[in-house]
Design a protein around this ligand. Structure first.
Ligand SMILES: [Zn+2]
Length: 595
């Protein structure tokens, strides 16, 4: 009996010991992975050799496949949410009345909470396929929203001084070695081999038989562009924007809808500026972020400043202090509430994160503004210094590779949406399928009362005018098929106006259109064809008050009680009679105002 008890005890102690070792290893892995994860988030550049010892420790702890897998799931499951915030928070509020609300654009999240994957099914936005896990295939409706998000930012870039560039998807291993990704980020990258690029020739020179890597970030490519010609202090800042597809090798267990993917796009940009330009660049970027989020009615969001880590950092304390001072001034001048996350900056520079609450109250890091002193050194980026900078330059400069009359620029990595796919998921859930007209893949549908050929022809023409394919001229003639196509103006905004001319009963067609949450429903029968006016039902607009104003502007009168189909509430429907010119003018007004 004693032997049995002793054996059980020994077995228990052995199990306990194994469990403790696993827990300790798992926790250490978790911490190390969090560091790597924080680094990988968004547009961060790679780690420096000073972190190689940490990397070696990490590798040693990757010995057990299962343990590693477990630890990676643990570490990665939080990358969509706010960074770990164990540090003390200090709230800075420019005015006391902003304590309650972080920004004035708050709109109530939908209740009950919405999952973007189920909305995507109903509205046919995207699919996933086992042939390419983690790379969503966007259907026309999803592609429409995606491209609207892109073109919205594109339209803003000139006023903020950004120039769009197009860069490769794959680069040779030697570029990733220079940037540091190959040493520190290889597990998250896809390597690519091909003809003459197998990476199997031993001691191959740079350029010989190198394998390639799919890019997980745009920064190294933008550094190559910056180096293309000689820059002087007057040429800065240089601001490159890039919507390229990026690939990161997420583990399959973590892949989810549009939020955790392997292929995605960022509204990525890199600002190469002089150290004395940091303040104005950060101020401009914060204004840009505010303008974009106000347009989408997103909020509240938090601004978090992460400062110099205690131990591991590059650059001098004076450089950090100056940079942090400029970030602090920019945050103060932004007029928004912000908080400080002490010591949580990356080792290569301080950063500002924008943390947005989703419809479930969960926090997501979306926009990020990240200073980087390191990548300019790795890529030996230089500009001819100004007389003032030359005067201030210390004789005991540590950066030996720098030419005497030159300075290093600072890189600001910035993304406003972050990942477009993830931002889309947030918007889908935020709007719960009721998209604003300008972004909506379902802006309007025209329903036929019956299948009379005259009505069907009329509807086809009406659709062309409303969608922007034809001018406001409206031809009743059936002989309109011979016209030669002419190029559309680049400024023409095409709207995906749908029609339902099926033989189904009108009630069914209306119910179907309502289920798909069309912003407008227009029914056309014989009376409408002969009168030339149509009852337009406006519903499902997130901002019905502004919609009402746009309608009143076009009609030149105030809406009356009987113009409201249901009692006047946020979800009510307006139904007014208009002619074709008025409808198109009203649609253009909604587009102009981002309603
Ligand atoms: Zn970057």
């Amino acid at each position: 009996m004693g032997c049995v008890v002793a054996a059980m005890l020994a077995s228990y102690v052995s199990d306990l010991w194994r469990w403790l070792v696993c827990q300790a290893a798992s926790s250490a892995m978790g911490i190390i992975n969090l560091i790597f994860q924080a680094h990988a988030r968004h547009t961060m550049p790679p780690l420096r050799p000073s972190f190689l010892s940490l990397y070696a420790l990490r590798n040693a702890q990757l010995a057990s496949r299962n343990l590693r897998r477990h630890a990676r799931i643990f570490a990665r499951s939080c990358s969509c949410s706010a960074p770990q915030q164990s540090q003390k928070f200090v709230n800075h509020s420019p005015t006391s009345d902003q304590n309650v609300q972080l920004n004035p654009t708050t709109s109530d999240p939908p209740t009950p909470p919405v999952d973007h994957r189920s909305v995507a099914q109903t509205h046919k936005l995207f699919i996933t396929s086992p042939y390419s896990p983690g790379s969503p295939l966007l259907l026309p409706n999803g592609a429409y929203i995606f491209q609207k998000l892109q073109s919205f930012l594109r339209a803003q870039y000139p006023q903020f001084g950004f120039q769009e560039v197009i860069t490769p998807t794959i680069y040779k291993k030697s570029l990733w070695e220079r940037s540091g990704h190959w040493d520190n980020y290889a597990e998250d990258m896809f390597s690519v081999q091909g003809r003459g690029a197998t990476g199997q020739t031993e001691n191959a020179e740079v350029g010989q038989d190198e394998e390639f890597g799919l890019k997980p970030m745009n920064c190294p490519g933008h550094c190559l562009l910056f180096k293309d010609d000689v820059k002087n202090y007057r040429n800065l800042p240089v601001r490159y924007a890039d919507f390229s597809a990026l690939h990161r090798n997420e583990i399959s267990g973590a892949l989810t809808g549009l939020t955790r993917v392997r292929r995605f796009h960022q509204d990525d940009a890199h600002i190469f500026c002089r150290p004395d330009q940091i303040l104005s660049e950060i101020e401009q970027t914060l204004k840009f972020v505010g303008m974009v989020y106000d347009t989408f009615g997103l909020g509240p969001y938090k601004l978090l400043l992460s400062t110099r880590p205690q131990d591991h950092f590059i650059g001098t304390i004076e450089e950090w202090n100056r940079a942090e001072q400029q970030l602090t001034s920019a945050l103060n001048n932004s007029g928004r509430e912000w908080a400080i996350n002490e010591g949580d900056g990356a080792f290569y520079g301080p950063k500002i994160d924008i943390i947005l609450k989703d419809s479930n109250g969960k926090e997501h890091q979306t926009a990020t503004i990240q200073l980087d002193f390191q990548l300019p050194q790795r890529f030996d980026l230089q500009y001819q210094a100004s007389p003032q900078e030359l005067k201030e330059k210390s004789d005991t400069q540590e950066d030996l590779e720098l030419d005497p009359a030159h300075c290093r620029p600072v890189i600001i990595h910035r993304a406003i949406y972050g990942s477009l796919e993830r931002f889309m998921a947030l918007l889908i859930e935020h709007y719960a399928g009721r998209y604003p007209f300008w972004l909506s893949p379902h802006p309007a549908i025209i329903l036929s009362l019956n299948q009379d050929p005259e009505i069907l022809h009329y509807i086809a023409q009406f659709q062309s005018v409303l969608s922007g394919l034809k001018e406001h001229t409206f031809n009743h003639s059936l002989q309109d098929q011979t016209a030669r196509p002419t190029p559309q103006r680049l400024s023409t905004i095409h709207l995906p106006i749908d029609v339902d001319t099926s033989a189904r009963q009108l009630g069914r067609k209306i119910a179907d259109a309502q289920k798909k949450k069309y912003n407008h429903i227009i029914v056309i029968g014989e009376a409408e064809v002969h009168q030339g006016t149509f009852k337009v039902e406006a519903a499902n607009q997130p901002n019905m008050q502004a919609t009402q104003k746009a309608l009143e502007d076009v009609l030149g009168r105030e809406l009356q009680a009987d113009d409201w189909k249901t009692s006047k509430t946020a979800n009510s429907t307006i139904a007014v009679k208009m002619d074709v010119r008025e409808v198109r003018a009203y649609f253009e007004r909604l587009l102009d105002r981002f309603l």
